[in-house]
Design a protein around this ligand. Structure first.
Ligand SMILES: Nc1ncnc2c1ncn2[C@@H]1O[C@H](COP(=O)(O)OP(=O)(O)OP(=O)(O)O)[C@@H](O)[C@H]1O
Ligand SMILES: [Mg+2]
Length: 337
């Protein structure tokens, strides 16, 4: 088979992406994405890491065209999705991108093999060929004996593997995956990762994978750290998800905004005012301003909370994310101040 000519610069890009979930409840609206910029090159594998509620799934849905972002634009293979007609968008998505979500990937009334074969049939490929391709993939993912089962008869991990097969069968150029190995045991998870690796290396498939797994993050060329709807940092290959603070490059976006991770902000003495002391192209020295300009800005009395507000876990060290529930560790005003 001849290699397809790549006639686009970026497989996926997003510009100033915002998403607000409107709500009339007491909690009010939730701003889930706050002006994200992103570029994924053809053949690149990018991980997205971040605590629960930081906006990872929202980001994936907006990027895949399943949810319209409140503002900003998304391009797939250099085509701006917001400018396409419904039909053009469906066609572009069908030949370019596949999804693996946290839940709801499968059609409940179809057997495993029919779920996997369906996207090919949808493209007009004969049932027989579609079924034989589906079978090959299911065997590769260790599901030979479960092919005729309906989703409800399969375990969570088995359903997840069917969903992965369904995503791979159309040979997409980009795979958007939300915790694809989340419900898998370590051995099955390794098989899935091996399959991803071969697609990445041999077929130049691009990936954007939301993950908590170090192995998945390690397979990616880089990882973006999301927190409260913003990319705050990037990590190179081969880092431990638990040790995010150790291998961090801070990101400054096109607007010149830098969001500091809470541990760094804390080391700098909390929010406040800085005097620019020295600027070079790759170095910026800031000096804390002594001038108490605005009381509300100077929050030097903040410390990391002792107890997780979500699950009441008691922190014993400087961890940033709650090891029990994954919630962001907030900063609170120091007692007695
Ligand atoms: N349908 C919705 N309506 C209102 N708010 C929502 C909705 N979906 C998500 N949110 C809120 O938006 C924020 C981001 O949610 P999102 O699901 O993107 O987080 P996540 O990073 O994927 O979390 P997790 O790791 O738990 O899957 C959260 O504060 C969440 O409560
Ligand atoms: Mg999620």
């Amino acid at each position: 088979m001849s290699e397809e000519v790549i006639d686009y610069q970026t497989i996926l890009s997003a510009d100033s992406l915002y998403h607000v979930y409107e709500s009339k409840s007491e909690d009010g609206n939730v701003v889930a994405l706050r002006g994200l910029h992103l570029k994924v090159l053809p053949g690149e594998a990018v991980a997205v890491v971040g605590p629960s509620g930081s906006g990872k799934s929202t980001l994936l849905k907006c990027l895949g065209g399943l949810m319209k972002p409140s503002a900003g634009s998304v391009s797939l293979a250099d085509k701006n999705m917001t400018r396409l007609t419904g039909k053009e968008l469906v066609e572009l998505r069908q030949k370019t991108v596949s999804f693996i979500f946290q839940e709801g990937n499968l059609l409940p009334h179809l057997s495993a093999i029919d779920n996997v074969a369906q996207p090919l049939r949808h493209q007009g490929i004969s049932s027989k060929i579609a079924e034989s391709e589906a079978k090959k993939l299911l065997i590769e993912l260790g599901l030979e004996s479960r092919m005729r089962g309906l989703p409800a008869m399969l375990s969570g991990g088995e359903q997840q593997r069917v969903a992965i097969a369904r995503a791979l069968i159309t040979k997409p150029k980009l795979i958007l995956a939300d915790e694809p190995t989340g419900s898998l045991d370590p051995i099955t998870s390794r098989d899935v990762l091996a399959l991803f690796k071969s697609l990445h290396k041999e077929k130049n498939v691009s990936f954007l994978i939301v993950t908590h797994s170090s192995e998945v993050a390690d397979f990616c060329d880089r990882a973006l750290e999301l927190r409260d709807g913003r990319f705050i940092a990037q990590h190179g290959q081969g880092f431990e998800v638990e040790e995010l603070a150790e291998s961090r490059e801070l990101l400054i976006d096109e607007m010149g905004m830098v969001s500091l991770p809470p541990d760094i902000l804390l080391k700098m003495g909390g929010a406040g005012r800085w005097i620019v002391d020295e600027v070079n192209s790759d170095r910026l020295i800031l000096e804390s301003s002594k001038e108490e300009v605005n009381e509300s800005l100077i929050t030097k009395n903040l410390v990391l909370a002792d107890i997780c507000p979500a699950c009441r876990y008691e922190y014993t060290d400087d961890t940033q994310l709650c090891p029990e529930c994954g919630a962001v560790r907030p900063m609170i005003v120091k007692e007695g101040e």
